[in-house]
Design a protein around this ligand. Structure first.
Ligand SMILES: *[C@@H]1O[C@H](CO)[C@@H](O)[C@H](O)[C@H]1NC(C)=O
Ligand SMILES: *[C@@H]1O[C@H](CO)[C@@H](O)[C@H](O)[C@H]1NC(C)=O
Ligand SMILES: *[C@@H]1O[C@H](CO)[C@@H](O)[C@H](O)[C@H]1NC(C)=O
Ligand SMILES: *[C@@H]1O[C@H](CO)[C@@H](O)[C@H](O)[C@H]1NC(C)=O
Ligand SMILES: *[C@@H]1O[C@H](CO)[C@@H](O)[C@H](O)[C@H]1NC(C)=O
Ligand SMILES: *[C@@H]1O[C@H](CO)[C@@H](O)[C@H](O)[C@H]1NC(C)=O
Ligand SMILES: *[C@@H]1O[C@H](CO)[C@@H](O)[C@H](O)[C@H]1NC(C)=O
Ligand SMILES: *[C@@H]1O[C@H](CO)[C@@H](O)[C@H](O)[C@H]1NC(C)=O
Length: 670
């Protein structure tokens, strides 16, 4: 079985990647941003209004039909000190619509992250957007530069370095000399019989060939060695390599052929990356002006000392001399007046609901952005500084399947968290309503299951923090206008200052029905406790039945028991929610049920990781291990032990199931 998971992991990157490409269109993948504090402007200044105009012209230029090169510049304002200059560049292979989506998101995002800086740049996987108070068009800029690498090591570093060096030289030369209007090049090279190297180099097309070459040489020299993947960006150019295809080769490599030519060959078959450690975690090192380097090194040294065991680190503090903070605290802070105005002073009409941590309101900011506001009830026991730090860390977590934390408000007694607004309520609203559940046909449910799996994988493995959600359940899955799932309420343990380092906790928080046995009974918390909750969630999505209620009087049997019985009896399709009808893929249903049952295994070691689950969902050729009897017979003794635990608890903390919607997540440094 362990070799199964090893293989699974190595396939994971590939499928995860393809999946992201093909099924999602909206949110771009945020990487980093830089905006120096030294270039602040005053609120309501002319620069601000010029900047707003600039961003909206960039956004429309990206959406315009003539945006074929994925690049445009714009200016706004007449008089030099207040004039704003901006441009964007999309990755050479992305489609016009992806480009336009990325730029549109970037123009919103950059104002959140750099609310009052004259000079800013933001990078996504799909595009780069920047502006300045000086002309940047045709100006080569190699600082700040940002290096990221894949933590997976390479098997034959010497040979790899040789191949990488040759390939990079090739694409740097081709990108610089590219006259097609894009200044980009890709190349593939064989590394081993199973591993292929993929590389991409790109400059903004306004540069001259020689500037482009200089810029690419500079970023190339920052690439890591001995790693399976790496990239380096500067405002004017970027290079990247990986052992998997991270770009759409057919979109870059093939400039439109003259009519008489033989059509280009179809894209090469994707080579499956092999090796044990295809970790997608990336490490960010930002280096700006040379004087900043010493400061960076000193700072990194501190980081390492502070968290000895941590494999990854962050550039957490900004510095005038160069290293930009990913997210300034100030850029995340809202004042109470703004929040009050947005929510009509927390009016009853704007109330969306009430969770374990306080009431949630809908609101609209002056710029039209819709938000959800969580007004925390008192007693978080967290100092102001720590609270801010946690918010900054959580705001950096960004994934299309996570509800985004936009900021916070801290004034007097008020502690408020501001989230993006997700329009379609939560999964339980649909799933457990006899009429509304009809809107969830199988393909939607399957998409929801896959989306939650990807969001959880990000929390567990791909973000720079390892987050155990601890309260995954349908009411914490919000649905956007296209019914894409977004996980909410993660990271609340950080906000509430729960001890983040212990794997064992005597303060159990979660919702009965979704708690794994080892967590509920012994307080043992791990990523596998989330896998258990996810297993229950899958079973609920398939059956449309609630684990906690529907089965209580049913001879002690619960949803997991019910699913298991049918699985054993060879009648898995009988558990399917009748309102789904016939329009579904039986294979997918059975596979999901199978995964659900693997998730609720009693022994955490028998439960797959989220990485394996994402793989199982995306590739139907992966063979799944047979599930064993799940943890359902424990129900009775579990309830009893929980009571004992409650009465014996000295901290006096209230137990979870008495507070219906209590939810806390746990974060630990990786
Ligand atoms: C741009 O802003 C910076 C800092 O605010 C200032 O020092 C510089 O002179 C400005 N440049 C122009 C061309 O206005
Ligand atoms: C900015 O302008 C708005 C209205 O245009 C005004 O209400 C607000 O007080 C101004 N803020 C500052 C700091 O001047
Ligand atoms: C695209 O069209 C707009 C007007 O529709 C024009 O202002 C702009 O210069 C064009 N851009 C390119 C790159 O041709
Ligand atoms: C792009 O920048 C150049 C140089 O600053 C300028 O002449 C041109 O007008 C800009 N294009 C737009 C659409 O602003
Ligand atoms: C890569 O190699 C370094 C140094 O040899 C080691 O510390 C690190 O743990 C390795 N990483 C992986 C993912 O194996
Ligand atoms: C890589 O290897 C395959 C067969 O293993 C071969 O067809 C292909 O031409 C090679 N590619 C390069 C760039 O050498
Ligand atoms: C890759 O690019 C080609 C050509 O632009 C396009 O037809 C194809 O749909 C793209 N594939 C993906 C997966 O985006
Ligand atoms: C930016 O400047 C403000 C003062 O204007 C200061 O309070 C803040 O700490 C600075 N931020 C960084 C990251 O240096």
């Amino acid at each position: 079985m362990s070799s199964f998971f090893t293989i699974s992991l190595s396939f994971l990157l590939l499928f995860f990647f393809i999946n992201l490409r093909s099924t999602e269109s909206a949110a771009p993948t945020y990487l980093y941003n830089y905006c120096s504090n030294a270039t602040r402007f005053a609120p309501n200044s002319t620069y601000q209004s010029n900047l707003n105009k600039l961003l909206s012209s960039l956004s429309s230029a990206a959406a315009a039909a003539n945006n074929t090169n994925g690049f445009a510049n714009a200016t706004a304002g007449q008089n030099p000190p207040d004039r704003a200059y901006g441009l964007f560049l999309c990755r050479a292979d992305v489609s016009a619509s992806t480009c336009s989506d990325c730029v549109a998101a970037g123009t919103q995002d950059i104002l959140q992250r750099c609310p009052n800086q004259r000079v800013s740049v933001i990078w996504y996987d799909e595009c780069m957007l920047r502006y300045s108070n000086q002309s940047i068009y045709s100006v080569m800029d190699t600082v700040p530069s940002l290096m990221m690498y894949n933590t997976g090591n390479i098997s034959d570093p010497t040979r790899f370095a040789q191949i990488l060096g040759d390939t990079m030289d090739d694409i740097v030369a081709r990108a610089s000399g590219d006259e097609s209007g894009k200044k980009a090049a890709t190349a593939e090279a064989n590394f081993t019989s199973l591993q292929k190297l993929y590389t991409l180099a790109q400059c903004t097309p306004d540069l001259t060939a020689s500037d482009c070459n200089t810029c690419l040489q500079s970023v190339k020299s920052n690439l890591p060695s001995g790693k399976q993947g790496g990239r380096d960006f500067s405002p004017s150019c970027s290079v990247r390599f990986e052992l998997y295809p991270f770009y759409n080769a057919s979109a870059v490599a093939a400039p439109p052929p003259p009519p008489s030519q033989i059509p280009p060959p179809p894209p090469a078959p994707v080579t499956r990356p092999k090796g044990k450690s295809n970790k997608t975690t990336v490490i960010i090192i930002a280096v700006a002006v040379p004087v900043g380097v010493a400061v960076v090194l000193l700072f990194l040294a501190c980081c390492f000392r502070r968290r000895k065991a941590a494999k990854t680190y962050e550039v957490a503090q900004g510095d005038e001399s160069g290293v930009g903070d990913i997210t300034d605290v100030e850029s995340l802070q809202y004042d109470l007046a703004t929040i009050q105005a947005a929510t009509d002073n927390f009016s009853h009409q704007n109330k969306l609901g009430e969770g374990g941590f306080g009431e949630v309101f809908q609101g609209q900011l002056l710029n039209g952005q819709e938000i959800a506001v969580k007004r925390l009830s008192e007693g978080s026991g967290q100092g102001v500084g720590e609270f801010k730090n946690e918010v900054v860390l959580l705001a950096k977590l960004q994934h299309r399947n996570l509800v985004r934390l936009l900021g916070f408000c801290l004034e007097g007694e008020e502690k408020i968290l501001v989230y993006e607004f997700v329009p379609n309520k939560s999964l339980d609203y649909f799933l457990f309503d006899p009429d509304k559940r009809r809107q969830l046909d199988w393909s939607r449910r399957y998409k929801i299951i896959s989306g939650i799996a990807r969001g959880m994988l990000y929390l567990h493995e791909d973000s720079r923090l390892r987050i155990i959600h601890r309260d995954l359940k349908p009411s914490n899955i919000l649905l956007d206008s296209e019914m894409n799932p977004k996980i909410s309420d993660f990271g609340m343990a950080r906000i509430f200052g729960v001890d983040q380092t212990r794997a064992k906790t005597n303060k159990i928080v979660g919702t009965f029905g979704y708690l794994s046995p080892e967590y509920a009974m012994r307080g043992q918390i791990s990523v596998k406790s989330d896998v258990y909750s996810f297993g229950v969630l899958i079973l609920e999505i398939i059956t449309g039945k609630k684990n906690s209620c529907s089965f209580q009087s049913d001879g002690g049997e619960n949803l997991t028991g019910y699913a298991w019985k049918h699985w054993r009896a060879g009648t898995p399709l009988e558990v399917l929610d009748p309102s789904i009808g016939d329009s579904c893929s039986m294979d997918e249903v059975i596979r999901c049920l199978h995964i659900g049952l693997l998730g609720v295994q009693e022994d955490p070691a028998d439960r797959p990781t989220m990485a394996s689950i994402v793989l199982m969902l995306s590739s139907h050729s992966v063979k799944l291990p047979q599930p064993r009897r799940p943890a359902f017979f424990l129900q009775k003794s579990m309830e009893r032990q929980l009571k004992e635990l409650k009465s014996g608890e000295s901290t006096g903390g209230s137990m979870p199931w008495s507070i219906n919607e209590m939810s806390v997540t746990e974060v630990s440094p990786r």
